[in-house]
Design a protein around this ligand. Structure first.
Ligand SMILES: NC(=O)c1ccc[n+]([C@@H]2O[C@H](COP(=O)([O-])OP(=O)(O)OC[C@H]3O[C@@H](n4cnc5c(N)ncnc54)[C@H](OP(=O)(O)O)[C@@H]3O)[C@@H](O)[C@H]2O)c1
Length: 279
């Protein structure tokens, strides 16, 4: 599910090289609307070994404003999705977020205590808890600020926003006090491939190997893509009055992932890979 999303598009492309993939989209056929119980039957019909759930309402501020809708899309469907997977004995791979942590500590491990600051994060944590309680075989993969190349630069990702704005000569304001471990979507696809191959279960942090602020990211993007750094203006999170509160430092530790022999790229390496794919 969510095959047409930012991450879903990359997963379909890379996992198709190793597996028989049956993508389900939201806006086009073959279609699955996860809020419709009868649509979940379509998943069972393909008799999958693994179900990958990358669908959801992902706009943090919209979730804060439309809480009921966020609950309807991000939480309620989990019950029927888990039941369907249990019935077919399929492993369920679910994507969660660094935002389930409050950002006071940083470099969070899988068993650190979550404390969501906003409603989007709360829905993701509720979904995680349904999986932990009801699923017979699951992987919860927590990812952070996704970036990657999907064939054009029009998608909503922080890296694309910076590249597009600077290319058009537009000034951008970005935070010097919000830290994360941005994650290359190609790395996530490789991690899904290996974790499922090794029949791993439970929670894994699948994040980039480098902790940096949004401002540092923008500077590195400008350097890699040869764009004008002077257009990047530093601001603090409190300077923008957005509906949803964000964690200050929601960087994730990937020690557990490394023990499976899975290596993630640094941000510098990742944007280099992305730029080469753009050519
Ligand atoms: N992007 C990030 O930086 C980030 C960071 C941390 C965690 N994550 C998590 O990673 C996962 C993938 O994120 P993403 O960036 O790829 O999100 P995305 O681009 O917004 O993709 C989500 C997909 O879900 C679809 N969708 C929405 N409502 C649906 C419904 N009722 N039934 C079926 N599909 C529905 C959307 O379709 P429409 O476009 O047609 O609505 C879209 O294709 C999500 O679980 C997200 O919470 C993302």
């Amino acid at each position: 599910m969510g095959a047409g999303g930012f991450l879903g598009t990359k997963l379909v492309k890379i996992l198709s090289e190793h597996h028989e993939v049956y993508p389900f989209y939201h806006g086009k056929e073959p279609k699955v609307d996860i809020t419709q119980i009868q649509d979940i039957q379509k998943i069972i019909d393909v008799k999958p070994n693994i179900v990958i759930h990358a669908a959801g309402m992902t706009n943090v501020d919209l979730c804060e404003t439309y809480k009921e809708l966020a609950e309807k899309v991000n939480v309620a469907p989990m019950h029927s999705i888990v039941e369907a997977c249990n019935k077919t004995k399929a492993k369920l791979v679910y994507f969660s977020t660094d935002f389930i942590f409050d950002g006071e500590k940083g470099m969070y491990k899988e068993d650190d205590t979550p404390n969501p600051l906003g409603y989007y994060a709360l829905t993701k944590l509720k979904a995680e808890n349904i999986l932990k309680e009801k699923s017979d075989d699951y992987l919860i993969l927590r990812v952070v600020v996704l970036y990657g190349y999907n064939g054009d630069n029009s998608e909503r990702s922080y890296v694309n926003w910076v590249v597009n704005s600077l290319s058009q000569g537009k000034e951008i304001k970005t935070y010097t006090d919000q830290y994360g471990t941005p994650t290359l979507t190609d790395d996530i696809a490789d991690a899904v491939n290996l974790l499922t191959k090794n029949d791993c279960k439970g929670v894994y942090h699948v994040a980039g190997a480098q902790r940096l602020t949004r401002y540092d990211m923008a500077i590195k993007i400008a350097e890699e893509f040869n764009l004008n750094k002077c257009l990047i203006k530093p601001i603090l999170m409190k300077d923008l009055n957005l509906p949803a509160k964000r964690p200050k430092d929601s960087s994730l530790s990937i020690e557990k992932l490394k023990k499976q022999g899975i290596l993630m790229h640094t941000f510098e390496e990742g944007i280099k890979i992305m730029r080469h794919q753009t050519k």
